[in-house]
Ligand binder design. Structure first.
Ligand code: ATP
Ligand code: MG
Length: 576
């Protein structure tokens, strides 16, 4: 690795923090010489949606382990469900993993193992450990029992091996319609673990698969594909989320019966974040219902969305590092995510001036010579001495934000007010002499006097003012659209509140959306911002961090607000 990467804060915290519980396990395994000390992990998304921040946590964990212990990580698409999966999702997932900064050793697909998985199923049949069941889904459910009462055997449970083999081959050959038969593992209908009560391992589905086309009309269940795929790839540490704990004994059982590579599964807590939802199914509903503009809407917790919002891969990796790896479910404050990007952008972005206001006020400096222009040299980033200065044109007329003026100011208002002085950032001190209004009584212009001796950098005026405001020269301003994004949900924990509603309606969570998650404002920005490429990041002084959106055209730039300068929500709550 090159030294700059080693010096980044991410690497620092990585080196200094204590080991998480999975790293401890891996270190013990390595010392014990398990698999000759080899570490092979995988990230196994189902290509049925775009990746979200929860996946980022899993990616950082899996790839991070391999990097730390000199191992490798596979990208494996768990694509055993033909109906919900699509190549669009495969492509977006690959983009997202690369964007986060990781490169996989091999790109693999569970569907590539369909032949092998089919052979595993025949092996189980031959060992008397699987049978074809003609029962309907409802009949199977009825005999399944409950966690406290044992299930009952299916009437088809005692079919002979020969009959089962024959029926299963006919299922594969397409002799039956969807749902007519299933293949079940023959384990224990009285097991306290419901997953052991003869789980379905193959079902009939006459559906086109995004990779195998129409080759198959039977597909393995996720539980019959996931563990074996790990085994086929000889994954040493198979990491997944807590809800798979009760599935682990089943995966181990398959591995044992089939005598295949003993991958071991470890479970960690899912990432849940305040003011958003983290399930592909729900996110898909938002997209399909038009509640957002797409998977990459900057309000979405998807990697595509958060990237468009202006987040960097570094900030996300830092976030994943800080939240750690827990064994219990928890809810992470989105403020931590915002802190991570704010901290990075504070170090890295140039400060520029943008008057973000549909109705800016024009200042006319009545004693500034008409037709005169000056170039002001304004520091790009006070946090970074090497960032230099840039030239910003100044003239007799400048725009300021309406919020920076009050006709009748309260006591501690240090911005513009009749008779009051303020500094125009990087330029002069001005005094507001006269307020000009239109017929509707709205302020349109402020006539001011500027103090020629007060020029920033060579101020000999002896005047000190408490307020500094940003501005944009009227003659040089560029129009831009600014999209002020806020939290997607008004509810802190939408998933929990949805549960509390106890509604039958699958769309109940939509009522928890924040109606003000997007406010579009017209802005006037300094001319330095012309021709900025899509994805460029800046700080609009006093406003927040912004990035150039892909919707920008040659006629109009579009900026997305990544994050405000301060945690405005914390302030709101305190004000209460
Ligand atoms: P979703 O419920 O959003 O569809 P999933 O678990 O079904 O999520 P997969 O594509 O199957 O999504 O997940 C790929 C990997 O990412 C799995 O190992 C899964 O455990 C992990 N993962 C998914 N969501 C989260 C999350 N919120 N936090 C941490 N890891 C997650
Ligand atoms: Mg899933």
């Amino acid at each position: 690795m090159t030294s700059p990467a080693n010096e980044s804060p991410t690497e620092h915290s990585h080196a200094e923090r204590s080991l998480n519980f999975i790293e401890q396990i891996v270190e013990e395994d390595i010392s014990a010489g398990l698999h000759e000390g080899r570490v092979l992990t995988r990230f196994p998304p189902e290509p049925n949606g775009y990746l979200h921040l929860g996946h980022a946590k899993s990616i950082c964990l899996n790839f991070g382990l391999a990097q730390r212990y000199g191992g490798q990580t596979n990208l494996r698409f768990d694509d055993t469900n033909p109906v919900t999966e699509d190549t669009e999702y495969v492509d977006s997932i690959k983009d997202d993993v690369r964007w986060l900064g990781f490169e996989w050793a091999q790109e693999l697909y569970a569907s590539d193992y369909f032949d092998q998985l089919y052979a595993f199923a025949e092996t189980l049949i031959e060992k008397g450990l699987a049978y074809v069941d003609d029962s309907t889904a409802a009949e199977i459910a009825a005999l399944k029992g409950t966690p406290t009462t044992p299930g009952q055997p299916s009437p088809f449970r005692d079919r002979t091996v020969a009959e089962n083999l024959d029926l299963f081959r006919q299922m594969k050959a397409g002799a039956y319609p969807d749902g007519a038969k299933v293949l079940r593992a023959k384990i224990d209908m009285a097991s306290p673990n419901m997953h052991f009560r003869d789980p379905i391992i193959y079902r009939i589905k006459h559906a086109h698969h995004h990779r195998t086309g129409d080759t198959w009309c039977i597909y393995p269940m996720y539980d019959f594909a996931h563990g074996q795929s790990d085994a086929i790839e000889q994954i040493t540490h198979s990491i997944c989320t807590l809800e798979f704990i009760p599935h682990r004994p089943l995966y181990d059982w398959f591995i044992e019966q089939l005598g295949i590579f003993p991958s071991k599964q470890y479970e960690f807590a899912r990432l849940n974040l305040t003011y958003t939802v983290m399930s592909k199914r729900k996110l898909k509903r938002l997209v399909e219902g038009g509640h957002v503009t797409g998977w990459d809407d900057p309000r979405m917790p998807t990697l595509a969305g958060i990237r468009r919002r202006g987040y960097t891969p570094d900030s996300l990796r830092e976030f994943c590092e800080r939240i750690g790896v827990a064994k219990r479910d928890n809810l992470i404050d989105v403020g931590l995510l915002e802190f991570c990007i704010r901290e990075e952008l504070n170090r890295t972005t140039h400060r520029v001036m943008a008057v973000v206001d549909d109705k800016p006020i024009k200042l006319v400096l009545t004693n500034y010579p008409e037709g005169q222009e000056e170039i002001m040299h304004i520091e790009n980033n006070p946090e970074d001495p090497d960032s230099g200065t840039r030239e910003v044109p100044f003239g007799r007329e400048v725009y300021v934000e309406r919020d920076d003026f009050m006709e009748i100011p309260p006591k501690k208002y240090f911005r513009l007010a009749p008779g009051q002085m303020v500094r125009l950032k990087g330029a002069y001190i001005v005094r507001c002499d006269e307020v000009i209004k239109n017929e509707a009584g709205e302020v349109t212009e402020l006539h001011c006097t500027y103090i020629p001796e007060s020029r920033s950098g060579s101020d000999t005026s002896g005047i000190s003012v408490k307020g500094t405001i940003h501005w944009v020269s009227v003659a040089h301003a560029i129009r831009a659209e600014v999209r002020l994004y806020d939290r997607l949900f008004a509810a802190e924990n939408p998933a929990m509140e949805e549960k509390e509603m106890e509604s039958e309606d699958d769309n109940a969570f939509l009522s928890l959306l924040n109606p003000n998650s997007l406010v579009v404002v017209q802005a006037l920005v300094e001319p330095n911002l012309a021709h900025r490429p899509v994805g460029d990041r800046v700080q609009f002084m006093r406003k927040g961090y912004f990035t150039v959106d892909a919707d920008s055209t040659t006629d109009q730039l579009v900026f997305n607000r990544t994050v405000t300068l301060k945690d405005t929500w914390a302030k709101e709550t305190k004000k209460g």
